[in-house]
Design a protein around this ligand. Structure first.
Ligand SMILES: [Zn+2]
Length: 485
């Protein structure tokens, strides 16, 4: 007790020695804090009372408007249970040694069990779900390889894009997410085929001409008709435009074209060209991104070449924005040299307006300078806390989320691959509170960033902003009605 009293009196003495300058600075800080917290004061006050109470925090964060999810791979966002159910519906099989869904004749004795039998068998289906996701994965084991290996196990059901859209839209609506930018490939591999046929040339303008002359309009129309078909199927499944419409019908969907970067330069370039062409013609496709592990040997070897390709294509398609997976790395995963410039090059050479993950930012040359530059250029970082933890083992204080915030770099929370990570947007917000210690005003700012930094067209963005304002106003009223009767 005595020591407590003495420490209090010490604090009092210290307070007495506050200089006028510090007092003014504190007053200013409090005023600005009050100004930022004012629009959601009741929710913010309630949040402070429950932030260390996990059950109530969960209820609060589930109901909280979260704006958009700017980084979500459609195939990785589907839970394994859905893939297995669709496999059973299509009479597909599961190779039980690897838990991979395949077509053809099933024969349990030969290790190809019928998917319908797998989902009926509790032990087998549990094993399949664990293999197809990060569920029950031992953190000390190689999460990176297990994570990326899941994508090859989904098999033919991962082409059921209509069902997949319906699943993610319905889930988004249920957790108060109003907008999704889904990473997809919608040309059925046509651009890769054309790239392989055209071959490689260092002369990028000539290579582009050669590809366009080989009929790239086919790629644009293949993608548009695939998206038409997929969106129509999703609307049908959600019973949109009927009185029984699922809330998912109200979620705005846009797409980011993904380029498989761990492939040969000619196929990477052709996919990039496809993305820029499609985004120029189809307003639903709003940006281009590079996917596959950034540490894959080809991705590391060709990183500089990929930046050069993007820099060139951006001169031809200056209106198509780029968001790039960059710095999804950590020490030991790649040689130190590969940690020094991926984020900086993505921003400075390729002109990326957003960065996916950015986990390794502090390993970059001139990291502080880079942070300042990203803040000045308003380059947003799509933070995926579960994914960084599960793939890279980077979490808590070792994650640079708060370093980005401290340097004024805009960030948003994203799920990356909610199905594989067994995550939700609500869980990402919970981790932002429990592991990153963010307060309500910051959470609200991140939700607003997810609309402000989206690549939706100006009218759509204006509508989404107005909807988010209304959602926050309603949330504020709910909180006060519920918790301050
Ligand atoms: Zn990603």
């Amino acid at each position: 007790m005595a020591s407590r009293w003495s420490s209090r009196s010490t604090r009092r003495r210290r307070r007495g020695r506050l200089t006028l300058g510090r007092a003014a600075a504190i007053a200013l800080a409090l005023a600005s804090l009050a100004a930022t917290a004012a629009p959601a004061s009741r929710a913010a006050r309630y949040f402070e009372t429950i932030r260390r109470n996990p059950p109530l925090l969960l209820a609060f964060l589930t109901a909280m408007p979260k704006g958009g999810d700017l980084h979500t791979h459609l195939s990785g966002s589907i839970y394994a249970e859905s893939y297995l159910r669709w496999a059973a519906e299509d009479n597909l099989c599961v190779v039980t040694a690897t838990m991979t869904i395949v077509g053809g004749a099933c024969d349990a004795q030969e290790g190809r069990a019928a998917a319908a039998a797998v989902i009926q068998n509790a032990a087998l289906s549990s094993e399949a779900i664990d293999a197809m996701s990060m569920r029950h994965w031992e953190p000390a084991r190689n999460g990176h390889d297990h994570f990326f290996a899941t994508f090859a196990k989904f098999g033919p059901p991962s082409t059921r894009l209509g069902q997949m859209l319906a699943e993610v839209a319905a889930r988004a609506a249920a957790e108060h997410v109003s907008y999704l930018e889904l990473l997809v490939t919608t040309d059925g591999g046509l651009s890769m085929q054309k790239g392989a046929a055209a071959g490689w040339s260092d002369d990028l303008p000539r290579l582009r001409d050669r590809l366009l002359a080989a009929g790239f309009a086919d790629v644009v129309s293949a993608s548009a008709s695939r998206l038409d078909q997929v969106e129509a199927r999703a609307r049908e499944l959600m019973r949109c435009a009927t009185p029984q419409a699922d809330a998912g019908c109200r979620v705005t969907l846009r797409y980011v074209w993904q380029v498989l970067r761990a492939t040969a330069p000619e196929t990477v370039f052709a996919q990039m060209l496809a993305g820029f062409e499609i985004a120029s013609h189809d307003p639903r496709v709003v940006a281009v991104n590079l996917v596959q592990p950034e540490d894959a040997p080809i991705a590391v070897r060709d990183f500089a070449l990929h930046m050069k390709m993007l820099a060139y294509l951006r001169t031809r398609y200056p209106r198509v924005p780029l968001t790039l997976h960059a710095g999804e790395l950590t020490e030991g995963l790649v040689p130190p040299e590969a940690l020094r410039s991926h984020i900086g090059d993505s921003v400075r050479i390729a002109g990326a307006r957003r960065i996916g993950h950015g986990t390794a930012v502090m390993y970059e040359d001139g990291a502080i300078e880079l942070l300042r530059e990203m803040a000045a250029r308003r380059v947003l970082v799509e933070i995926a806390l579960s994914s960084s933890d599960l793939i890279l083992g980077v979490k808590g204080d070792r994650h640079p989320l708060r370093t980005y915030l401290k340097h004024g770099v805009p960030i948003a929370l994203t799920t990356d691959d909610a199905g594989v990570s067994r995550s939700t947007m609500t869980l990402e917000y919970r981790k932002a509170v429990e592991e990153q210690h963010l307060g309500y005003a910051t959470l609200e700012r991140l939700a607003r960033n997810s609309i402000d930094y989206s690549f939706a067209d100006a009218d759509t963005k204006k509508r989404l902003r107005a909807d988010l304002d209304a959602a926050f106003a309603a949330f504020e009223r709910e909180q006060s009605a519920r918790h301050e009767p």
